[in-house]
Design a protein around this ligand. Structure first.
Ligand code: DHB
Ligand code: FE
Length: 306
């Protein structure tokens, strides 16, 4: 179709019904997306079969609750991080803050709350490598932030998340740690493995058509918040994972890959109360101050509660 004909068609299709009032932002964005799709269909000569395959794909994606899985896989969630960061940098914030990275779709509201330190694995995986992680929540100048809250969640040694994986005890590898005046947090858990999109999932089907895999390096998620500071959504990656620079969700960032100490000294094992070699990670979070006029740090999205 010629560009002029396409323009005329779109002008007709995007008219507002007399007497109705559009939401101007929704209208501007949807009109633009429809235009871009028309142009794409025109350019690629999209057939009816192809179009309905795509429609059906979106229907299935929704039925399987996978929109939140595909979004990081296509890079949208990381792109959102970069857009927010651009606004923060323009406001002079963020220089010293811990980098944010994607939340992903697997957070669950309502994890057990602990003071200062916690054990967040259920102790049932007796093969997994015990992991001890600790650090301090600090401000941009390095001073400890009192009464911060560190929410942590991660996959088990098979790469699966409790609640979504009903074979695990509820809230395994999930916890909320309230720090004291010193900003210190610590927890015991087990070393996670990288998550991979389930075989046969809508997300993996599309990634395969794009010549991509659907796996992530091993990682641990965090929300870190404190009164007067911007809530931080981030992750650390487990150093040495072969997928660190090949994450299907594009979440790896400089500054988020701390050293992992491997310890097999019997006295240290006994002191930690474990019967096998373990790993230690030290990581301090740095929060930046809350400010008006920035994109919200508390993202509204549907989250599972249990
Ligand atoms: C996905 C899974 C994760 O564990 C994660 O952190 C981010 C994204 C996903 O399935 O899309
Ligand atoms: Fe994850």
């Amino acid at each position: 179709m010629q560009a002029k004909e396409l323009d005329a068609l779109l002008a007709r299709f995007t008219q507002v019904t007399p007497g109705k009032t559009p939401n101007p932002r929704v209208k501007a964005i949807v009109d633009r997306i429809v235009r871009d799709l028309f142009v794409t269909m025109n350019e690629f000569d999209v057939t009816p079969d192809e179009f309905w395959t795509a429609c059906n794909y979106l229907t299935e994606l929704g039925k399987n609750n996978e929109a939140g899985l595909l979004a990081p896989g296509l890079g949208f969630e990381h792109f959102l991080d970069l857009l927010v960061e651009e606004r923060e940098s323009a406001a002079g914030l963020n220089e010293n803050g811990t980098p944010r990275t994607i939340e992903g779709p697997l957070y669950v509201v309502g994890a057990p709350v602990h003071q200062g330190s916690a054990r967040i694995d259920d102790g049932l995986d007796t093969e997994a490598e015990p992991l001890f992680m600790s650090g301090v929540v600090r401000d941009a100048s390095g001073k400890p932030v009192p009464h911060a809250v560190v929410e942590v969640w991660h996959a088990n040694s098979k790469g699966n998340y409790s609640i979504f994986d009903s074979s695990q005890t509820p809230f395994n590898n999930r916890g909320t740690i309230q720090t004291g005046a010193d900003g210190r947090y610590s927890f015991q858990s087990i070393m996670p493995s990288g998550y991979a999109c389930p075989p046969g999932s809508s997300t993996l089907q599309l990634l395969e058509l794009l010549g991509r895999h659907g796996a992530r390096p091993a990682h641990i998620h965090f929300f870190v918040s404190a009164p007067g500071y911007r809530k931080l959504t981030t992750q650390i990656n487990i150093m040495g994972d072969p997928l660190i620079d090949d994450d299907f969700a594009f979440a790896t960032r400089d500054g988020l890959v701390p050293d992992v100490r491997r310890i097999d000294d019997p006295a240290a094992m006994e002191a930690r109360g474990v019967n096998r070699p373990f790993a230690e990670i030290a990581f301090d979070f740095r929060l930046v101050e809350a400010r008006d006029g920035l994109p919200t740090d508390v993202v509204e999205r549907p989250r599972v509660s249990a």
